[in-house]
Write a protein that binds this ligand. Structure first.
Ligand SMILES: [Zn+2]
Length: 211
């Protein structure tokens, strides 16, 4: 199975679905990650790129499968034909069976722009069968209602390590291991993913799905 995860910022893939990425890799799926920006206007783009490479390597994704668009953040406040075109070209090149992307139910405008753009342009066909939205604890809104869950109990340690690789983000509330584990534990328990007291899960919203 060929997987494409599309993220706005260098740490979004790890925070949103690091455990699921590691699980896909473990079962032999081909995982590709597209990161649209190299962080905010005040960050160091080269440092953010290196952190993203280190983080996704921990999850088993090699650097040649991690691509950066380095799209100007100032042009991501609203959907545009230019962004649509660039994303469409990348999706066509990758030809994934499943896409993961930000939910439009998010407080961060750049996440909303990218999520909405991908949901609009990703057409299900013989190749692409599924589009799912992942949950970013820093900004996914209360209206995000996950209806698909992945048991990441065996992958939470990797997820936490991959997030800690983003050293420039280490003081953020949402990168703290206890916060990441707490959400995983709640998703697992409340959705009855299993009965393991240490159980962890990631939640997704199914946006498009064809069997
Ligand atoms: Zn982000």
């Amino acid at each position: 199975m060929r997987i494409l995860c599309i993220a706005a910022h260098p740490d979004d893939a790890e925070i949103g679905m690091g455990g699921t990425i590691a699980r896909h890799v473990d079962r032999g799926d081909d995982v590709y990650i597209l990161t649209c920006t190299l962080g905010g206007v005040h960050g160091d783009p080269q440092a953010r790129m290196k952190e993203a490479q280190a983080g996704t390597r921990i999850l088993g994704v090699s650097n040649d499968r991690l691509k950066f668009l380095d799209y100007p953040i100032s042009k991501l406040n609203n959907p545009s034909a230019g962004l649509s075109q660039v994303l469409k070209e990348h999706i066509d090149d990758c030809n994934p069976d499943r896409i993961y992307v930000h939910s439009p139910e998010d407080y961060h405008q750049v996440h909303v722009t990218i999520g909405a753009t991908v949901l609009r342009l990703a057409k299900l066909d013989d190749g692409l069968r599924e589009v799912l939205c992942y949950e970013v604890i820093s900004s996914t809104s209360r209206d995000f209602k996950p209806n698909a869950f992945v048991d990441i109990t065996n992958y939470m340690d990797l997820k936490v390590r991959s997030i800690l690789a983003h050293k420039s983000q280490s003081t953020r509330l949402y990168t703290q291991p206890n916060v990441i584990r707490a959400l995983g534990n709640i998703r697992y328990a409340r959705e009855k993913v299993g009965t393991d007291p240490e159980g962890m899960a990631e939640g997704f919203e199914i946006a498009k799905y064809v069997v």
